[in-house]
Design a protein around this ligand. Structure first.
Ligand SMILES: Cc1ncc(COP(=O)(O)O)c(C=O)c1O
Length: 391
């Protein structure tokens, strides 16, 4: 992201963002597909030998999915809706890993019918349910056990998933009961993997390291009983730097993450799988929004724009800070709250933020919004969803 002749340009091909607002009718998410491709290559090189399943929840835009499929990704999905979207975007059933804590009977039946590669199981009742449905269908479900190592990572509590008071995965103490269920249902259940996901936006890896060590031991002991166990899925969660784009820091974090992963897992004779979302797409998206009013009160200056928590909920939900830049640079600065049109005081992008001066009708870019942006958007207040454009 850089200003050229005072106009904001985006992505490796330096696209002038103002040109996209020529026929502006409502807020626009812009995704740069070259950027996504190059992030995928960088991750694939750092994690050579690991099969990468893109976490569709981060950005289910069909063109984004097609781009990642053609780059070599599989898909990590958490609903029948995401399975359908992945298939429509060119993924094959054998490219799909199906996670999620609340799979319904209908979803499991469809997933088995389609023949997805692997179902990551999140509870004993789910394992029993899958066994029962597969038995009736005359199928053998390929399952991985999502284990919860009870390890904490430094992230917002709402996106931590690897602690025992989180709803995700199964405690290691459940392994005997799970093994028992698998042994009683050898016609309908085949244990193919062990999986892990500690949460999202990890920028520090001591918890991750501890979890890999714990899970490796579980994997090895399970393998003695289940020779079909052949995959280790170490989840997603690698974080990005939001405050100010810092690709050097991200490269060194990636090096550290891949070194820990290889150090612990490379002697396991199995397929390694990962489920990255945010790292691949966050920086490749911006949200363009138009200034509607500059409202001054005795306490603040509010820049009221036509997009808000309805389109990008991360600031309201996780106290996330996305940098905001006017599309046209100004030498004058203002200090303001950038807020949306929604009838909630939590509807803000940034508070007490210093940025270039803007006026009614100007456009702003909310940076790094390619992950968990549009996919979490709603029509709250019956506002329209934003547009999406791929460049
Ligand atoms: C099971 C699972 N895998 C992968 C991901 C992707 O995480 P991230 O986007 O942080 O890489 C998530 C997101 O929370 C998840 O729940």
């Amino acid at each position: 992201m850089e200003y050229i002749n005072n106009e904001l340009h985006f992505g490796p091909k330096k696209k002038n963002l103002s040109s996209l607002c020529a026929n502006y009718i409502r807020p626009i998410y812009v995704y740069d597909l070259d950027f996504i491709r190059s992030r995928f290559q960088q991750l694939a090189e750092a994690l050579a030998g690991v099969r990468l399943y893109f976490a569709v929840k981060a950005n289910p835009n069909p063109q984004v999915l097609q781009c990642l499929k053609s780059a070599g990704a599989g898909a990590d999905v958490v609903s029948l809706g995401e399975i359908k979207r992945a298939l429509e975007s060119g993924f094959l059933p054998e490219d799909i890993v199906y996670s999620g804590v609340g799979k319904t009977r209908h979803e499991i039946t469809e997933a088995l019918q389609l023949g997805v590669l692997q179902i990551n199981v999140e509870s004993l009742p789910e394992l029993q349910r899958i066994g029962e449905i597969a038995e009736k269908m005359g199928k053998k479900a390929q399952v991985a056990l999502r284990l919860n190592p009870d390890v904490s990572i430094q992230t917002h509590p709402y996106i931590a998933t690897g602690l025992r008071d989180n709803k995700f995965g199964m405690e290691l103490s459940m392994i005997p009961a799970l093994s028992d269920c698998l042994k009683k249902n050898t016609n309908s259940l085949e244990l193919v993997g062990v999986s892990l996901h500690l949460g999202s936006q990890m920028l520090e890896f001591s918890g991750y390291q501890e979890a890999l060590i714990k899970l490796k031991a579980s994997f090895l002991s399970l393998q003695k009983d289940f020779p079909t166990l052949r995959r280790f899925d170490f989840g997603g969660g690698l974080g990005v730097v939001y405050e100010k784009q810092d690709f050097e820091r991200e490269s060194s974090l990636l090096k550290e993450y891949s070194a820990i992963t290889k150090d612990i897992l490379s002697d396991l004779k199995c397929e390694l799988q990962s489920e990255p979302g945010r790292w691949l797409v966050a920086h490749a998206g911006v949200l363009l929004t138009q200034v509607q009013y500059i409202k001054k009160t005795s306490a603040k200056t509010f820049v009221i724009v036509d997009s808000g928590m309805n389109h990008l909920i991360r600031p309201s939900l996780y106290e996330a800070e996305h940098q905001i830049l006017p599309l046209v640079q100004s030498n004058k600065k203002i200090k303001c709250d950038v807020v949306g049109p929604i009838c909630e005081s939590s509807d803000f992008f940034l508070k007490d933020y210093e940025m270039g001066q803007v006026e009614e009708g100007d456009y702003l870019a909310v940076l790094d919004s390619g992950a968990y942006g549009y996919s979490m958007a709603s029509t709250y207040n019956l506002q329209e969803l934003p547009l999406e454009i791929c460049i």
